[in-house]
Design a binder for this molecule. Structure first.
Ligand SMILES: C[S@@+](CC[C@H](N)C(=O)[O-])C[C@H]1O[C@@H](n2cnc3c(N)ncnc32)[C@H](O)[C@@H]1O
Length: 375
């Protein structure tokens, strides 16, 4: 709604001079702040209702003091308890059930001559004829349209399968059905109300609605504001800013995508380099292992040869040992024979000595001499 502040809402508020403003749906507080700035200079106050305000409520309280009251509730739960306001901005949950019942609560809270001025937002596309549910569980099932978290496109009755406007929100699957959308809620309320009401729709920036007790003075104020405000200029400015930012966004997206693709290629190049490096290292290792294996085989061969030699030598030694033991046996035998011969010899020597020393040998000595000389 704050986009319509300068052109319509601000001049209207400064003309109506409300003393107590209720704002349903504050979100990030942009509109709330603008309302509070009005309150400061006009001795008025704001009661804001939003179950999930996206701004620092305490900071607002510090700045605006008793000019600001925050209700962190659903509008249906708290609206009946707020009294004596002369302006209310309905920009909370954009669906038939919520808006229709917000208006019923307001109607019940006021006498027929004090119904407050109501400003609505989002009475045109996309939520004029299609429900949005911030939280579908807050809406009784019998008043809830079939919905999906999908986006919308102007002129398309069904939700889009991909992308589209507000595709992160729960949107009714179809539009233009009964009890569906903000504008339908307002119209159904007006049809049933006994009050003599005027409703004006301004189809810019998703649609601004103005609802008030019939009053020619207010009609003139509104006509005057609409005649003097350059809504087309604001729309053109918004349109241009949007397409330029969108183009910038698209360029940015393309640049980011290109950068990402480059990064991916760089990474894969780097990866390939690392892989190549690792492969060449593996090759070097393989070559080293091959060398070591052939060295090992060579050593094994040498070892085998040495073992063969040792075996041969061992068998030679065994042979020699056997020969030696045979020789030893022979030596032993010869030794015993020598001993025997020695013994025999000494026996013979004794016998010889005995013979030589015998009388017969001595007596026969001349005979032997004679015999020798003959020879
Ligand atoms: C479209 S935003 C309001 C924008 C705000 N008025 C502006 O112009 O900056 C709608 C807000 O309504 C609030 N909301 C949703 N359902 C609500 C409910 N039942 N009662 C009050 N606020 C509600 C959401 O939390 C959200 O912050």
């Amino acid at each position: 709604m704050y986009r319509l502040w300068d052109s319509i809402v601000k001049p209207l508020i400064y003309e109506l001079k409300p003393t107590h403003i209720v704002e349903v749906g504050s979100e990030n507080g942009f509109n709330t702040k603008l309302l509070l700035d009005y309150c400061i200079s006009n001795n008025a106050k704001v009661s804001a209702i939003d179950p999930f305000p996206l701004f620092d409520v305490d900071e607002f309280k510090n700045i605006y003091g008793d000019k600001f009251e925050m209700y962190e509730n659903l509008s249906h739960d708290v609206l009946a308890s707020i009294e004596n306001y002369d302006l209310i901005l309905l920009d909370g949950d954009h669906n038939w059930y919520t808006v229709y019942n917000e208006l019923k609560i307001i109607e019940n809270n006021f006498d027929s001559d004090s119904f407050p001025f109501v400003i609505f937002h989002d009475i045109s596309w996309p939520y004029g004829r299609r429900d949005l549910y911030y939280n579908p569980d807050n809406i009784p099932e019998e008043f809830r349209q079939p919905y999906e978290k999908k986006g919308m496109f102007p002129g398309e009755n069904k939700l889009l399968e991909k992308d589209g406007f507000n595709n992160m929100l729960y949107n009714a699957i179809e539009e233009n059905t009964p009890q569906n959308g903000v504008l339908t809620g307002i119209e159904d309320f007006i049809d049933e109300s006994e009050l003599d009401l005027t409703f004006k729709a301004i189809n810019a920036f998703h649609g601004l609605g103005l609802l008030y007790l019939k009053n020619e003075k207010i009609d003139d104020i509104i006509t005057n504001i609409l005649n003097n405000c350059d809504l087309l200029a604001s729309l053109e400015e918004y349109y241009l800013k949007n397409i330029i930012t969108t183009k910038m966004d698209v360029n940015e997206i393309v640049e980011t995508k290109d950068k990402l693709i480059n990064d991916i290629f760089n990474i894969s190049d780097e990866k390939e380099e690392v892989i190549n490096d690792l492969n060449s290292q593996i090759n070097l290792r393989d070559q080293e292992i091959d060398k070591l294996n052939s060295l090992l085989n060579h050593e094994k061969h040498i070892l085998n040869q040495k073992e063969n030699k040792i075996n041969k030598l061992n068998s030679k030694i065994e042979n020699e040992k056997r020969k030696n033991s045979l020789k030893n046996k022979k030596i032993k035998k010869m030794n015993s024979e020598i001993n025997n011969l020695k013994k025999y010899n000494s026996k013979l020597k004794i016998q010889n000595d005995e013979i030589l020393s015998s009388k017969s040998w001595k007596i026969t000595k001349p005979l032997r001499k004679l015999n020798n000389s003959k020879n």
